[in-house]
Design a protein around this ligand. Sequence first.
Ligand code: PMP
Ligand code: GLN
Length: 379
Amino acid sequence: LPSRLPDVGTTIFTVMSALAAEHGAVNLGQGFPDFDCDPKLLDAVTQAMREGLNQYPPMAGVPALREAVSAKLDTLYGHRYDPGSEITVTAGATQAILTAILCCVHPGDEVVVLEPCYDSYGPNIELAGGTIVRVPLTPGTFRPDFDRIAAALTPRTRAIIVNSPHNPSATVWTRDEMQRLAALLRPTGVLLISDEVYEHMVYDGRPHVSAASIPELAARAFVVSSFGKTYHVTGWKVGFVAAPAALTAEFRKVHQFNVFSVNTPVQHALARYMADPAPYLELGAFYQHKRDLFREGLGATRFRLLPSEGSYFQCVDYSAIDEHSTEEDFCRRLTTQAGVAAIPLSPFYAEGFQQRIVRFCFAKKDETLQRALDRLARL
Ligand code: PMP
Ligand code: GLN
């Protein structure tokens, strides 16, 4: 069979998690918490199931959940999305991004991605028949380079994908950067896919600047987020997309024949749980504590720390420990010999670009982080 994705193998997250399990390593690779969610959220799911909320929900999502998302976006970002026509519940951010791309990218259209980027973007564009146009973030700082982005836009550019807080670099776009993006896109018809799955994980008093909070961007954006990240339930695979009615109408045409709809009792539970904003408002402080604990411990190692402004990732340069190994070889040895799994940055680049940087995930119990730090200190 001629492959639709000839260059794609198993994702690095799956590979490293399997290697970590095989060698009993502390898994700071694939991004997911090693602690459970709030028991109240579990009770809400059980209750919804017992109430008989177990059949297909409306295609676009349970109305109460769309209303809760709309209210949250309005309060936090000052944009009111109509729950009926502008918010759709998806099977995680992964499906939201794929569906957004499938509904707007025609064969031959160009889509700009900023490298390094999350590994699903490229194959998603390829499946839509689009052309991936890779623009590097500034080497060293991972900040957007607007001259290079401007130079990449052509009459064929259909969309640009932006991810802040950023996986893997942990940078967070400032309001100024988001406004520069708005100015750049102003004279164009380019759509924005804004991957905001780490929206509540921002540190040191930084705001998350959602595309929803900038009217010019909101008017052309699919704003994507994930309940998995926000509520420590990555395995539930529920997210949402907020977009103007005309974009949402196209999105739903694809969505209804992609998944049709998403897990009913979980949607009801999330809607009820969202009535209390504390869990997402407190998430930044919760993870900042973990980030600080982890960074402090890494200070005693030979890794060089990069900034972590947001997300639950911490990147480090390992060249003082090992000058020669590729990032993937280093991660394999770190897992099998030092007993700590990490993710190389190279798979976030098309050509496997090498910088001697790896990514740790600190969404772990404090004792897990300490166990990893004890092992890393020996290197
Ligand atoms: N985008 C980014 C940047 C991510 O890091 C992830 C999760 N690793 C996703 C999208 C996918 O989110 P979900 O698990 O909700 O599909
Ligand atoms: N988003 C997670 C990460 O970056 C992994 C999700 C996945 O395994 N696809 O680690």
